[in-house]
Design a protein. Structure first.
Length: 767
């Protein structure tokens, strides 16, 4: 137990938005996440990106409308540090007309209410409702026209107080020689309000009771409907980020620190590696660690998607955010802050949601010219109707309808909304998508390659046979082999050490141990040099299997993985023993492969085992070796080449290949594949090389990941289709006079809400 006084404990600061230290040397690359308030459409995204990219030193800037954030990569200039650069970037955002804020800033509890931000919308509805009454009365043959001054009093606060945000943002866009949704709304509604004022002030005075036809209701209702649409859109955005908020909520604020004086409650930010914490039944485990005292059941469903609690005894790993069951335990802290698994999961999901999908580039290109084109169409509409002789009043109203209906809100939300919803629901089921490009490519996968050990099999092989050359003592040879293998993390090495322990064989300490990648291990025990490794290695070294050659072949045919032990002697190398290892398929592995085949996806197993052992396991998994579904005797360094060969294909067609693995030696293959999937029970190296991490070692998650990718891409395409189709159909209808500004405003608001609602349907996805 650490003897630390509470008053002297070091507080761990919150993670900075800059991912590299602020005082690194000039020229080093930094990454900054910056929140941005005030963006309303895809044009805003383009304007902020252009403003950020103009800052000297900025290499790349990617802005996401749905998350209202920017990710900026930059290099520091001579005489400046990253903190100063952040201030310059914030200034650039503010000069562009938007408000910079801290990335990932938590909403206040009142802001999470379903009715948060509704007050301006409610006021607008109350003021606009009387203006709409005459339109309703006309349907029943009633004339309820309000006096002009009453219409003015009701509409003007809506136009210039509630609608002030549109003027402010539109003015910034105009100054930047750009355009956005706010500029279109401000111009359109101002034209309607100004036309109404003109008609009112120039109305004949010889009929005091006559009220000219005014358009105050059009300007007020459009502003109100746009505000309503943005409020519904913001409400939907809060639902798409629910997965991130749920992950943040897994971290308790206070922990029970065990000191020499007993238990003391301290903030979780003060916990240090090596501390011992008490976790009571039903409490969340605050940080990563291991069980020091006690035993319990732990619910990890929010992290891995596994519904059943798992047993945890002394020495077992604990993950922060999981729920302790019915046992009181003492845990030893192994990771805190940004180093915990939960923090890394949150970071992966945030990275995926903040990233820009390749398909978004098309939207950005369209949005860059969209608003200027709409303004040109509106002017052409005005001039066209004037040329046809309908008068300024009707021509202006048609031009206003064009500007209102063409707001590019839905275009900017179509892709990021679907990505946020898709990555959120995937994380809920234990599928972490850290690379948005992997999400977009996974639905195209037609070949899935699996590593065998630890991916399709349990990965805990047993020593099933240990046959020593006649004349040598079994226990002595096994003791030497266990000594050479004791420092290795390879599953076969652990199996040998475990077998020696079961037989109560005393294991000495090996000297000069050297690992030969993909082949085996060599070391000295009691002055004798031993080599332990694959039969291929032994063949390369010229080791004669002698009388055990037939037995080795028999064991391979039975599906065992066979290794050999050789000793250096005066004549060279002499065989001392054969070892056979057996592994078991993972529960559900056969069903997972069958599910992929049912989707028309080819499945392949890549193994370093000899062909007999690999093919025997393949048959147990339902794979057909005769159909080329097994690649055996593949060295770790050759796995990436096998993936490339699968991509090229024997038919000359380019195949999309997903690689699933869990070990360090799988990392090159995961990186070479179109989509890399790492089992979460594997190594950190494999997970960093993969675009998708499966938080539990369940092969069924592979098909689930492909399915969520397919559904997310389908939602992106649906959203983009409706966003483009809406404008393609709506602008001509408005220009031809078939839509009034009020109907156009309602349709424009509905388009954004429909895109968000369609994306939120992904939350209903189940495995």
């Amino acid at each position: 137990m650490l003897d630390l006084a509470i008053t002297s404990r070091i507080s761990i600061p919150a993670m900075n938005t800059i991912t590299t230290p602020p005082n690194t040397a000039p020229g080093s690359v930094h990454s900054l996440d910056l929140g941005i308030s005030g963006m309303t459409c895809a044009s805003c995204v383009g304007r902020v990106e252009r403003a950020l990219r103009k800052v000297p030193g900025v290499q790349e800037a990617s802005v996401n409308l749905a998350t209202e954030s920017a990710r900026i990569a930059f290099v520091t200039q001579v005489g400046a540090d990253a903190a100063a650069m952040e201030a310059v970037l914030r200034r650039a955002v503010r000069n562009a007309g938007y408000e910079p804020r801290a990335a990932g800033q938590e909403d206040a509890p009142e802001d999470l209410s379903p009715w948060a931000g509704f007050l301006p919308v409610g006021i607008g509805l109350l003021l606009s409702a009387p203006l709409v009454l005459p339109m309703i009365g006309d349907l029943f043959g009633q004339h309820w026209m309000l006096p002009a001054w009453v219409q003015f009093v009701l509409a003007t606060p809506v136009q210039f107080i509630l609608g002030a945000r549109f003027y402010q943002a539109g003015w910034h866009a105009a100054k930047a020689l750009s355009g956005n949704m706010d500029l279109l709304v401000a111009l359109g509604t101002s034209a309607g309000w100004g036309l109404s004022m003109w008609l009112w002030l120039t109305a004949p005075t010889d009929h005091p009771g006559h009220v000219p036809h005014l358009y105050f209701e059009a300007s007020a209702v459009v502003v109100t409907l746009v505000l309503l649409g943005k409020w519904l859109e913001a409400r939907a955005k809060r639902q798409t980020t629910a997965a991130i908020r749920a992950l943040h909520a897994l971290r308790p604020d206070v922990v029970h620190l065990l000191t020499q004086q007993g238990e003391v409650d301290v903030p979780v930010s003060e916990v240090l590696v090596g501390d011992q914490l008490v976790v009571r039944p039903g409490e969340r485990i605050p940080v990563d660690g291991t069980v020091h005292e006690g035993h319990t059941q732990v619910d990890e469903s929010m992290l891995t998607g596994e519904p059943l609690p798992v047993a945890r005894d002394v020495g077992a790993a604990l993950t922060g955010g999981s729920i302790n069951g019915d046992g009181r335990i003492v845990m030893a802290v192994t990771a805190v802050g940004a180093e915990t698994v939960l923090a890394q999961i949150i970071r992966l999901v945030e990275d995926a949601q903040a990233a820009k999908a390749p398909i978004q580039r098309l939207v950005d290109q369209v949005s860059a010219v969209f608003v200027p084109v709409v303004l040109v169409v509106a002017v052409v509409t005005l001039l066209g109707w004037l040329w046809m002789g309908v008068g300024l009043e009707a021509a202006l109203i048609h031009a206003v309808a064009v500007m209102v209906i063409a707001c590019p809100c839905a275009l900017g939300l179509a892709t990021p909304a679907a990505i946020m919803a898709g990555t959120g629901v995937a994380a809920k089921h234990g599928i972490l998508i850290k690379d948005v490009q992997a999400l977009e490519l996974a639905h195209k996968v037609d070949v899935v390659a699996f590593d065998k050990t630890g991916t399709l099999t349990v990965g805990q092989p047993r020593l099933t046979a240990f046959e020593v050359v006649p004349g040598f003592d079994d226990a002595a040879v096994m003791a030497a082999v266990a000594a050479v293998q004791s420092g290795s993390e390879h599953p076969l090495a652990r199996a040998v050490v475990a077998a020696a322990g079961e037989r109560q064989i005393s294991v000495a300490t090996a000297q000069d141990v050297r690992a030969v990648p993909g082949r085996g291990t060599e070391g000295e025990v009691d002055g004798q040099s031993y080599l332990v490794g694959s039969l291929r290695w032994m063949q390369e070294l010229g080791v004669d299997l002698g009388a055990l050659a037939v037995r080795a072949q028999q064991l391979q045919n039975e599906g065992a993985t066979v290794s050999a032990v050789a000793q250096r002697v005066t004549e060279g190398l002499a065989l001392r023993a054969l070892m056979a290892f057996g592994d078991e398929p993972k529960p559900g592995a056969r069903e997972a492969l069958a599910a992929l085949k049912a989707r028309g996806i080819r499945t392949v197993m890549i193994s370093g085992d000899n062909r007999g052992a690999a093919e025997a396991m393949a048959r147990r998994l339902g794979l057909d070796p005769d159909a080329g579904e097994v690649m055996a005797e593949v060295l770790p360094g050759d796995k990436a080449a096998k993936v490339v060969a699968l991509q090229q294909g024997p038919d000359g067609k380019r195949h999309q290949v997903a690689m699933v693995g869990d070990g360090v030696n799988d990392a090159p293959a995961l990186a070479a594949a179109d989509v890399g999937m790492a089992m979460g029970n594997g190594t950190d190296v494999a997970m960093h090389a993969a675009g998708i991490t499966l938080m539990r070692g369940d092969p069924m998650l592979v098909a689930a990941a492909l399915d969520i990718s397919h559904r997310t891409v389908m939602k992106i395409r649906q959203n983009l289709f409706w966003a483009f189709a809406y404008n393609v159909a709506g602008i001509p209808l408005a220009a031809l006079g078939f839509l009034s500004p009020v109907v156009a405003g309602a349709a424009m608001a509905l388009s954004s809400v429909s895109v968000m609602a369609n994306a939120l349907l992904l939350k209903r996805w189940r495995m």
